[in-house]
Ligand binder design. Structure first.
Ligand code: ADP
Ligand code: ASP
Ligand code: MG
Length: 446
């Protein structure tokens, strides 16, 4: 049997007790020579925010020259408790801790670069501690240092990506390592060695990059739910688990808010045709969800619903006759220049409506768009994405979706069906989102 990647998210490594459970899971699969990827310490129910969030606050304070010692102390206390309860000595961790102290003092650089280095310590600390714990329990393990990762990214700090041609460089320096590698998720670096991060929730993407580089048999994402559900369990707690879904379905669901999987995870796995399996570290015996290259139809045409709230709609109308090709090109150039991703889009010859996740960096975008367009912005919107392989070539699906929403009294805007024909995506006001999702779930899925 070939190797596997096992990625453990924040809640799976949030305490000494959780890390002990992780060790049991890893131990039971040692014959698969797992490559272990870990997130930063997450929420464990002690009222403390997750470490990555705490590091962000720390970076903000340090950057604006406000006192941050108390925040630093909270981060230290949290890790010290985990270390002590694992039966380890803090002295072993202190070289990593000292690097964090030095990084926080080094504020005299662009904030986005500073933040990514500070961010990286969540995963650098957790991977170090977990490797030490594994070793102390007789699982021969070693933590991969940032300098050994080979996760060569672009310079898009906070949301960096690895070009497909660089995927084979991932962990290349550690290809022959005999011990179990514990890899810090979320972290990469530029060609000149500055640290980047891969986007919030990006440790899933690290797992896929490692899996692709080592051409493993399976990429396991261990989290706090037993697989992907047909609808966000925070909205519909009894939404059923999806047994198998296709790469295309998973890509749409992850892109439109199914937080359980980072959207960038699918591409590297898909290119090498490696199944991604979502499993529950709190209930390791539970069945999960397998994402693979197989179009599985089921009884209901719509298999799942994802949603993303708090998005903004940008309406752009041409003030000059440019011809639609030139007009689109100009719009895209402005968004690309400021590194703002567009989610959903609808167009006519002279006007374009599109959505963006947040208004970050949008001031500059709007200013430049206004040089050749009228621009208006509507905030407080939710994108809802319905997905199912069965939608391909099935008539009447959109009729069903929109009549359901009509009956529920939900006003729908900006409808789009992607090229893959396996989704119908549209926008509603934030205030209508929950009602819309419930109506669709009970009419089209359950
Ligand atoms: P981790 O820390 O392990 O990376 P995340 O918090 O990123 O975990 O993702 C797991 C969470 O994703 C679940 O607790 C659940 O609330 C949320 N979630 C959103 N949509 C879905 C869905 N369709 N299926 C399962 N979980 C979902
Ligand atoms: N620690 C990072 C975050 O909280 C990455 C991850 O957990 O996947 O976003
Ligand atoms: Mg996650």
């Amino acid at each position: 049997m070939g190797r596997i990647v096992m990625k453990f998210g924040g809640s799976s490594v949030a305490s000494a007790q959780r890390i002990t459970a992780v060790a049991d899971i890893v131990r039971s699969r040692l014959d698969r020579r797992p490559l272990v990827v870990v997130s930063a310490v997450g929420v464990s129910g002690d009222g403390e925010p997750k470490i990555t969030d705490q590091l962000e606050t720390l970076a903000e304070l340090a950057n604006s020259h406000r006192p941050y010692e108390e925040n630093l102390d909270r981060i230290r206390v949290k890790h010290k408790k985990v270390v002590r309860e694992l039966g380890l000595k803090w002295e072993a961790v202190s070289p990593v801790w000292k690097k964090l102290l030095a990084a926080v003092k080094d504020v005299d650089r662009p904030y986005r670069e500073f933040l990514d280095e500070v961010f990286s310590f969540g995963e650098r600390l957790s991977s170090f501690i977990i490797a030490e714990a594994f070793s102390s329990w007789g699982i021969p393990a070693r933590c991969a240092d940032v300098s050994e990762l080979g996760i060569l990214t672009n310079e898009n700090f906070q949301d960096a990506s690895v070009a497909p041609e660089n995927e084979s460089k991932v962990l290349a320096a550690l290809r022959d390592e005999e011990k179990i590698l514990v890899v810090p998720g979320f972290v990469g670096h530029t060609a000149d060695g500055r640290i980047t991060t891969l986007g919030r929730g990006g440790s899933d993407y690290t797992a896929a990059l490692v899996g692709s580089a080592f051409e493993v048999d399976e990429i396991q994402i261990w989290t706090d739910v037993s697989g992907m559900r047909s609808t966000d369990p925070r909205l519909i707690p009894d939404a059923e688990r999806l047994d198998v879904i296709s790469f295309d379905e998973a890509k749409e669901l992850a892109a439109f808010g199914a937080k359980v999987l980072h959207p960038k995870t699918i591409e590297p796995a898909m290119r090498k045709n490696i199944p991604v399996v979502i499993l529950n570290s709190f209930k390791p015996a539970d069945a999960g969800t397998t994402i693979r290259n197989e179009r599985v139809k089921q009884n209901t045409v719509i298999k799942a619903i994802a949603h993303k709230s708090g998005v903004a709609r940008i309406n752009i109308e041409s003030t000059r006759m440019l011809g639609s090709a030139g007009y689109m090109a100009r719009i895209f150039t402005v968004f690309a220049k400021h590194q703002v991703d567009i989610d959903v889009m609808a167009t006519t010859e002279v006007s374009v409506s599109l959505t963006v996740n947040s208004m970050r960096r949008m001031d500059r975008v709007i200013e430049e768009l206004r040089e050749f367009s009228n621009v208006s912005v509507d905030e407080g919107k939710t994108i809802i994405c319905t997905v199912g392989e069965g939608m391909r070539h099935t008539p009447g699906v959109s009729g069903r979706v929109f009549s359901t929403l009509g009956t529920a009294g939900v006003n729908v805007e900006l409808i789009s069906q992607g090229g893959s024909e396996i989704n119908i995506t549209f926008m509603v006001d934030d205030k209508d989102a929950e009602r819309a999702i419930r109506a669709l779930y009970y009419s089209c899925i359950s």
